[in-house]
Design a protein around this ligand. Structure first.
Ligand code: CP
Length: 334
């Protein structure tokens, strides 16, 4: 694989290889080897046409920890506001000597276009394209789950959970049960996680109001429910992943927020009662940024079972792994 464009493109073994490599990268960081020489002399360009905190900073940190040079481009304040096209922007960046391009864009398919239009000839890593895909988010979520889920453990009960220490090499998520809750309609995180987690053997249940589910989900390899309480009771999940309500995409589409924020919180928010209903070992996840008080209460976000901060930290390791596997001199290994 020359590019990392979609979680769907990863086979089971490729996904496990990225996760094993990410654990190796995390180990170097634990041992205070802050900088590896692997990508010395390479330049990674971060092209961000949409806002980001976690993804942009962690791609930058990942590239720097592999000793690459980093050029950060943000559409705000650039010549994009004067009408410059994606093609011209990409070719301008290439002329500065990029060895890889990380792109976030509001348009679905932007990363694919950049990779395959023939404008540039270096690996492209998709950092989120519209409502479509966010493969490194799914990989960091899978890395986080691998550390907390016990494959082959008892079907329910506290012993199903692990202690959060690094997963064994080759481990997948066979048998894990994950509930993903909320604004699936606008969520590239939900799509990417359905693709990747099921490739790794997990069973995924999406829970959302009917108004926040996309049409044409018949082919998605997951269960769908409108009732979060029933899904928690029936599924006995190993993880509950809350999605951000993407109000900016609702406004851009000219639509309002339906159901109302209050009703949404009551029916789909994670608060005290639902935390109590979750199995003891189950972890709470959220890709961030969180709308505290809407899809998740502050108490749930800060619960000892919340893995939100660990997800961020695993994001650096996963992005180090992706850059290493696509760019290192040993040759493209994905
Ligand atoms: N999870 C995520 O993609 O966060 P950012 O938008 O802050 O990058």
């Amino acid at each position: 694989m020359k590019h990392l464009l979609s979680a769907k493109d990863l086979s089971h073994d490729e996904a496990v290889m990225v996760l094993d490599t990410a654990e190796a990268m995390a180990a170097t960081q634990r041992h205070a080897v802050k900088k590896l020489p692997t990508l010395r002399g390479k330049t990674v360009v971060n092209l961000f046409f949409e806002d980001s905190t976690r993804t942009r900073l962690s791609f930058e940190a990942a590239a720097k920890r592999l000793s690459a040079d980093v050029i950060n481009f943000s559409a705000k304040g650039s010549s994009v506001s004067k009408g410059e096209s994606l093609k011209d922007t990409a070719q301008t960046i290439m002329a500065m000597g990029a060895d890889a391009v990380v792109i976030r864009h509001s348009a679905c398919g932007a990363a694919h276009l950049l990779a395959h239009a023939g404008w540039i000839n270096v690996p492209v890593l998709n950092a989120g394209d519209g409502t479509h895909q966010h493969p490194t988010q799914a990989l960091l979520d899978a890395m986080t789950l691998r550390r907390w889920y016990q494959p082959g453990g008892p079907v329910s009960g506290p012993r199903r959970g692990r202690d959060g220490s690094p997963a064994a090499q080759g481990q997948d998520l066979d048998g894990a049960r994950v509930i993903i809750v909320g604004d699936v309609l606008h969520s590239r995180v939900a799509r990417s996680n359905v693709d990747l987690l099921t490739t790794l053997g997990a069973s995924v249940t999406l829970v959302a109001p009917p108004t926040l589910l996309p049409v044409g989900m018949e082919d998605w390899p997951c269960h769908v429910s409108y009732d979060l309480d029933a899904a928690i009771a029936e599924t006995e999940p190993d993880a509950v992943m809350m999605l951000r309500v993407q109000r900016e995409r609702m406004s851009a589409a000219g639509g309002g927020f339906f159901p109302s924020p209050g009703e949404y919180s009551r029916r789909y928010g994670l608060g005290a009662a639902r935390r109590a209903a979750m199995p003891e070992h189950a972890v709470i996840m959220h890709p961030g940024p969180m709308n505290r008080g809407l899809e998740i209460t502050a108490e749930a976000a800060d619960d000892p079972r919340s893995r939100v901060i660990e997800q961020v930290s695993n994001g650096v390791s996963v992005r180090m792994a992706a850059l290493y596997l696509l760019l290192a001199d040993e040759g493209n290994q994905l």
